[in-house]
Design a protein around this ligand. Structure first.
Ligand code: GLC
Length: 540
């Protein structure tokens, strides 16, 4: 996959930045972010140093699942703007040397999509087989025991045609039948529509859901289910997700991208490492980047993380490119999971590991999950299972731009309330503070993007214990870097026998020692992380 003469593709040596469009920048005073708003903030992104912007869905949608229920794949929802705004956005992104990645939601449509409207109109409609329709069991109950991710059965009864249809998510999100070649062709043409416009890639929603067991066998019980978990986790998704035939579909999508130059595909896939790796495809002809969610799910503990990184690196297929994620619109924010001090360590980790990093908007200013009072909850996952506290709204609140009213996001009431602390945690304040999270992100990005060892070099694990995690990045012919992360609040030493550390501190969470020469043994403050540029004669 590496290009000749050791050059890398943009999606390998660049940094991706995820925007949740509802929450980035409102330009028309309706309290919801939009495309013209994003255009206004592109200079900020360019200055931050990211290479590509991924937008969560912006297509026409009844918004039952905030855009992940699409009623027209080839237009823009008026809430976000027009196709002409989109063309401007794409042009403006490209003119800044950046790339644009769209969310593609091929597993399901909205129940308001014309395809589904036709499909549900009669059993003999030509689009009937575009979705998953089945008779109930003899007693009238659903065809099998499959559960919806958003609560309850995954089957919805349709009075008119007297059959059930399958929906892995809301009943307003019927799953398409990807075994049907017409469905395949229709969605591949959707991809071509955006690729022809010049879009640089897709993040493919719930890729591992796209094909289900043809015999609709019952899913087995999950022996590890606990009451706090989402109700669908009572069953193991053995037959409803990650079916072998999904890889043929991924390959077909990839073939469409390969009709064009340097386009790419990220797959949203929540699976254990070994199963995840299969999505790279035979000869890496599957997804370019099957999303790696290890850092989202593991306990924040040095040895656990170090081991998981080894396992991931070791499992990658030859030529498969790694990637790393700290947060997204479905998960609690990193600052809320590990605290502000460790969120800085997380930033060092994200931006010094081998592989493409994805930054979730607001991570760069240390945004936290915002508690949303129950009466204001918008997310269907939260509303459908009210006792489980599963709402994703807290991680989707408006971007905090400045300390003015509504944080510079809107001049009206925002669709979700803002963090109370936005007057301190905002872009403008942090731009003026060289000790801020934003300043740290900028330094990290600048260093990574100017040092081949960090950008695309090798990863070598050096040491880990219950506090400290140390690794090396190096690339033939360039300076090597040692990264030391104290993932605990207590001080610790890095003192490995027979190793002489000689170098200069390039970046430090506790900035006082940046630029200092290092002599071993090194001791670190609690929550301290260091990036050390090694002298050529260091024995590491
Ligand atoms: C993905 C999206 C999530 C959405 C779901 C259904 O997991 O990231 O936000 O609710 O798919 O489309």
């Amino acid at each position: 996959m590496e290009q000749k003469d050791n050059k890398h593709f943009w999606w390998q040596d660049g940094i991706i930045y995820q925007i949740y469009p509802r929450s980035y920048q409102d330009s028309n005073g309706d309290g919801v972010g939009d495309l013209p708003g994003i255009i206004r903030r592109l200079d900020y992104l360019q200055e931050l140093g990211v290479s590509a912007v991924w937008l969560s869905p912006i297509y026409p949608s009844p918004m039952a699942d905030y855009g992940y229920d699409i009623s027209d794949y080839q237009d823009i929802d008026p809430l976000f703007g027009t196709l002409s705004d989109f063309d401007t956005l794409l042009h403006e992104v490209h003119s800044r040397g950046m790339k644009l990645i769209l969310d593609l939601v091929p597993n399901h449509t909205s129940d308001q999509h014309a395809w589904f409207q036709e499909s549900r109109s009669s059993r003999s409609n030509p689009k009937r087989d575009w979705y998953l329709w089945h008779d109930g069991r003899p007693d009238g109950s659903p065809p099998n025991n499959w559960l919806s991710v958003f609560g309850g059965s995954a089957w919805e009864w349709d009075e008119t045609t007297q059959q059930y249809y399958y929906h892995a998510f809301l009943k307003e999100q019927p799953d398409l039948n990807w075994r049907n070649p017409e469905v395949q062709e229709a969605m591949l043409n959707v991809m071509r529509f955006w690729l022809d416009k010049g879009v640089d890639g897709f993040r493919v929603d719930v890729m591992w859901h796209m094909i289900k067991d043809e015999q609709l066998r019952n899913n087995p019980t999950n022996p590890n289910y606990e009451p706090h978990m989402s109700t669908h986790e009572q069953l193991l998704p053995t037959y409803s997700t990650d079916q072998a035939e999904v890889h043929d579909i991924v390959q077909k999508m990839r073939a469409v991208l390969d009709e064009y130059d340097e386009r790419m595909m990220i797959g949203e896939i929540y699976l254990p490492i070994q199963q995840l790796m299969v999505y790279y495809g035979i000869d890496n002809k599957g997804a370019h980047l099957p999303f790696n969610f290890l850092l989202l799910s593991l306990p924040w503990e040095a040895q656990t993380i170090a081991r998981a990184i080894d396992e991931y690196e070791g499992a990658l297929p030859s030529g498969g490119w790694p990637n790393w994620v700290l947060g997204n619109h479905d998960q609690p924010r990193i600052t809320s999971r590990v605290g502000l001090q460790q969120a800085k360590i997380a930033a060092l980790l994200l931006l010094t590991l081998r592989g493409t990093p994805t930054i979730y908007y607001g991570e760069e200013i240390g945004m936290r999950d915002v508690p949303i009072p129950f009466g204001e909850v918008q997310d269907p996952q939260g509303l459908n299972m009210p006792d489980k506290n599963l709402s994703r709204d807290p991680a989707r609140t408006p971007m905090q731009w400045d300390d003015s009213e509504n944080a510079g996001f809107t001049d009206q009431k925002p669709w979700l309330r803002l963090a109370r602390s936005y007057r301190r945690f905002n872009v403008a304040t942090q731009q003026a503070d060289s000790h801020s999270m934003l300043a740290l992100y900028k330094r990290l990005i600048r260093l990574r993007q100017s040092e081949p060892s960090l950008m695309t070099g090798h990863y070598v694990p050096v040491y880990s214990d219950h506090q400290l995690f140390a690794y090396l990045r190096h690339q033939e012919g360039h300076d090597r870097f040692l990264i030391l992360l104290n993932m605990s609040p207590r001080p610790c030493y890095f003192n490995v026998p027979n190793v002489t550390i000689k170098g200069t501190v390039e970046i430090a969470t506790h900035q006082e020692i940046e630029g200092e020469k290092i002599q071993e043994p090194i001791s670190l403050y609690g929550d301290e992380g260091l990036i050390i540029r090694l002298d050529p004669d260091a024995t590491l």
